[in-house]
Design a protein around this ligand. Sequence first.
Ligand code: PLP
Length: 259
Amino acid sequence: MRILPCVLTVAGSDSGGGAGIQADLKTMLALGVHGMSVLTAVTAQNSVGVQGAWDLPVEAVRAQYRSVVDDIGVQAVKTGMLSSAELVEAVAELLAGTDAPVVVDPVGVSKHGDPLLATSALESVRTKLLPTATVATPNLDEVAQLTGVRVESEAGLRRAAGALLEFGPRWVLVKGGHLPGDAVDLLTDGTEEHWLRAPRHDNRHTHGTGCTLASAIASGLAKGLDVPQAVSAAKEYVTEAIAAGFALGAGIGPVDHGW
Ligand code: PLP
């Protein structure tokens, strides 16, 4: 009998299938773990942007989580779009009770500039959600929103990571992909530093990159990798997924999980 590690994503739906829950489950399938989902919000979304978004009731989020955890169990959890302060706080409370590693992707704004988290929820992310994280995976916009630190060069990644660690995640992966040049990220727990570098692929079809990376980290952790190993494997996976990203619709197409 096959026993697969079980990974849970707590995130929003992207109707276009490029990001959110859909990207998470595709990543998990590709990486050989059993993917499960707690849906927090539904977006009407395609390659040109987010046309609408609706939150699920907090009770629906709690009930999905309990159904999964109480029967099936989880070896790792990943969080994505949480939308409101109420949802952030409910999810943080649930995660405070788990022994499984938690990857927090503090999703703020989509590549098209559509808000996926209310600004009134930022303080709950800082004080309630980040302390539950085994690894937090902010991009530079999210770092700026959460800490006020603006990074303009590789040297700034260390300061950004330090500011985020103050909120209590065990590790921080600051993603420098929006800087010019190679895609450089810094993973640190405040003691160790791991610099991850990948060549920049000249491909605009990168929708779902952040969701894919965080889900790949959670999948690695569920398989028993330690944090630096899981992050390094996930970076390789997402780099290939970006290289293979493809055009769909009139705008930004998705990264490809099936290469
Ligand atoms: N839609 C949902 C539901 C998401 O969770 C995310 C990112 O986490 C996005 C859209 C944005 O994806 P991207 O910024 O890669 O376009």
